[in-house]
Design a protein around this ligand. Structure first.
Ligand code: SF4
Length: 338
């Protein structure tokens, strides 16, 4: 959707993928629109700075110079007179920094592709646009510095890894690794947290609780991934000692809703319930402007539920004195989420 909407901004013919999209949501559309608006603003900014930006959408980049057999696709590359900008759209809720390896490597690929054509380029900008977190993260470096890093660090490590000789190193990059479900090193790392297993939470020290907090989301996500992997493997015929495949709980459902309604109505009973649309659905139906005019005074935003996040999170820390954590707040939140 991002590609299509960006092409539309740039007046490049493209086929609208939305009618056939299986997982289309309004939120997704708004996120993609925001991304396109963001690129538009970047272009205007470059133009205001006296540059002539060119945009390349879903640009394939060849990374084999640095990593054997490696290619990638960059969401958006902007080339100006002296700069190259790599913009990556992330729809996920896991924060990705602009200094991430992926973006740096894509930036290298883009430098390889365009650096020879545009000889005056010297500065590389990397941007992660992450709408569902309301986050835009930026990093930049000189092209020479980027190539120095590629020669000194990336290439030697990639060659070692490709030859199967590198050290296993667990980190946030494991999230995108194809071996993450079965990697012994990652499993050992995730299960380290099990050392707290037989200690009641109140008996853990503050340092130990902080350690659990910093790792528990990754542990849950990893364990869920292993379960999904094992289920698929079992469906493919693999057997795990002590485990078997069974049918899950099944639910009853009607085969023909219209027929059911007709029969129930004929029996003198109204089978339908009348229910007001939720806030988001009504806003969509009325349009933002009419929604605002008609209902603005009837909308409240409840205080969000307190959540513990790492200090690196960009949200402002809560003032504990102002927290009123009541059942009423909870109910408002439920209503709004509906
Ligand atoms: S999951 Fe294992 S192989 Fe993959 S990056 Fe992490 S440590 Fe390396």
């Amino acid at each position: 959707m991002c590609e299509f909407l960006l092409h539309r901004l740039l007046e490049v013919p493209d086929v609208d993928p939305r009618p056939g999209m299986k997982y289309y949501t309004q939120e997704m559309e708004e996120a993609a629109q925001g991304y396109v608006q963001f690129i538009h603003e970047r272009l205007e900014r470059w133009k205001a700075a006296g540059q002539s930006p060119e945009v390349f959408v879903e640009q394939r980049v060849d990374l084999r110079m640095f990593i054997p057999e490696s290619m990638g696709t960059s969401d958006c590359v902007i080339i100006t007179d002296h700069d190259i900008e790599i913009i990556d759209f992330k729809y996920g809720m896991h924060r990705v920094p602009a200094s991430s390896l992926q973006l740096r490597i894509y930036a290298l690929g883009a430098c390889e592709l365009f650096g020879r054509l545009y000889e005056d380029i010297g500065r590389v900008h990397m941007v992660i646009y992450q709408p569902r977190l309301g986050s835009v993260d930026e990093a930049e470096m000189d092209m020479d510095e980027l190539y120095h890093w590629a020669d000194e660090e990336l290439k030697p490590r990639a060659e070692l890894a490709f030859a199967g000789q590198g050290d296993y190193s667990v980190g946030e990059w494991c999230r995108n690794c194809r071996a993450r479900r079965t990697c012994r090193e990652l499993a050992a790392h995730q299960l380290e947290i099990a050392r707290y297993e037989f200690t009641e939470p109140p008996l853990l020290s503050d340092e130990e609780i902080a350690d659990v907090l910093s790792r528990v989301d990754d542990l849950v996500s990893w364990a869920t991934g292993v379960k999904e992997y094992a289920l698929q493997a079992a469906l493919d015929g693999r057997r795990f000692e002590g485990w078997k495949l069974v049918e899950g709980k099944s639910v009853r459902k009607f085969t023909d809703d219209a027929c059911v309604a007709a029969r129930v109505e004929a029996a003198g009973i109204d089978p339908y319930e009348r229910k007001m649309l939720g806030l988001t659905a009504l806003e969509k139906k009325l349009g933002k402007k009419d929604f605002q005019n008609l209902l603005a005074d009837l909308v409240v935003r409840s205080q969000g539920k307190p959540t513990l996040v790492p200090v690196s999170d960009k949200r402002v820390e809560m003032n504990l004195a102002s927290v009123e954590f009541t059942a009423e707040n909870d109910m408002k939140e439920v209503n709004e989420n509906e």
